[in-house]
Write a protein that binds this ligand. Structure first.
Ligand code: BDR
Ligand code: CA
Length: 309
């Protein structure tokens, strides 16, 4: 099994990523770190605890709280997509008895990576604030993690918050810039270019059968799908964060190319845009393995097989 830390702003699709990671049986989830994003830090933490309770894993996996705001900016919640609670109204009457562990997410990341040098995969499916703080506190981190998978950005397509920016980049572009420029030898970007192809449909949900988990998935994705339909005209929803977990499980699900990528932080119009230097115009060393294509059917098959009743 792979040692992983999931960093989340739980969120409908973050929750699906957590379910996929834990149910895969192939990941030793050392902990889940939370951050401000889709919802507040407190709400993201509570949602994460609920998902662990749904899985019956609340006593095994620690949840550690991180940044309650972006490094330098006001925050921007995504309640229109994930509902005011972040889970699309699902699990609203679940009593939460799990609480967050002591300490800050950035310290948890550093401690775990030091303890298991060369073995830990970081799967980041939220604004990158926690990892940016971790790298600033402990620059050696870049040589001690096994790899980093980031759900975020878009290199050839359009944004999902502004015309050019994807949500996780938009919320904390300074953090993303720090992470991208930190020098991680193995950093994979799972952006909207590929996550928009990983679509969950009603038919898939039917294939999940009947179980507490499938009922949860159906309930939490109902409004998320509606919103996706309004925006994109497709009756489905994109499995952004679960695809990042999928890539951590199996690299062969995607095609990657090694490019130099930077994040815009000083433009009124384009902040949070991920700029990919396809033709090496800047003569910089490539820093990211950018996903350019995905075997969506193979990923959906993995998702359903792992989560079905
Ligand atoms: C990303 O933004 C969030 O709203 C989702 O949880 C995902 O991490 C997609 O752009
Ligand atoms: Ca997320």
């Amino acid at each position: 099994t792979k040692k992983v830390i999931l960093d989340v702003d739980t969120g409908v699709d973050d929750a699906l990523g957590i379910l996929l990671a834990i149910r895969s049986g192939e990941m030793d989830v050392l902990g889940i770190t939370t951050v401000n994003g889709n919802v507040s830090l407190e709400q993201a933490t509570k949602n994460t605890c609920k998902i662990l309770q749904l899985l019956g894993k609340e006593d095994e996996i620690p949840v550690v709280k991180g940044a309650d705001k972006p490094l330098m900016r006001q925050t921007y919640f995504e309640h229109r997509v994930h509902g005011s609670d972040g889970l699309g109204g699902a699990l609203s009457d679940m009593e939460v008895h799990k609480t967050a562990a002591e300490g800050h997410a950035s310290d948890f990341i550093v401690d775990q990576v030091r303890q298991h040098a060369g073995e830990v995969t970081l799967v980041m499916t939220a604004p990158l604030t926690n990892l940016a703080i971790a790298v600033m506190k402990y620059p050696e981190l870049i040589h001690q993690v096994k790899e980093v998978i980031v759900m975020g950005g878009v290199v050839l397509g359009f944004g999902n918050v502004t015309p050019t920016a994807e949500y996780n980049m938009y919320v904390d572009p300074e953090a993303a810039k720090i992470v991208f420029q930190a020098g991680f030898p193995a950093l994979t970007l799972v952006g909207l270019d590929v996550t928009r192809k990983a679509l969950l449909t009603d038919e898939h949900i039917r294939l999940l059968g009947d179980s507490p988990i499938s009922r949860y998935i159906q309930e939490s994705t109902a409004d998320y799908m509606k919103r996706y339909y309004e925006r994109n005209g497709v009756k489905a929803c994109a499995l952004h964060d679960p695809l990042a977990v999928g890539v951590a499980l199996n690299k062969e699900l995607v095609t990657t190319r090694h490019y130099y990528v930077d994040v815009e932080t000083r433009s009124e119009l384009c902040d949070g845009q991920t700029v990919c230097d396809f033709q090496n115009r800047l003569s910089k060393e490539p820093n990211l393995h950018v996903c350019t294509d995905v075997s969506a059917d193979a990923f959906l098959e993995l998702f359903i097989r792992t989560l079905r009743a």
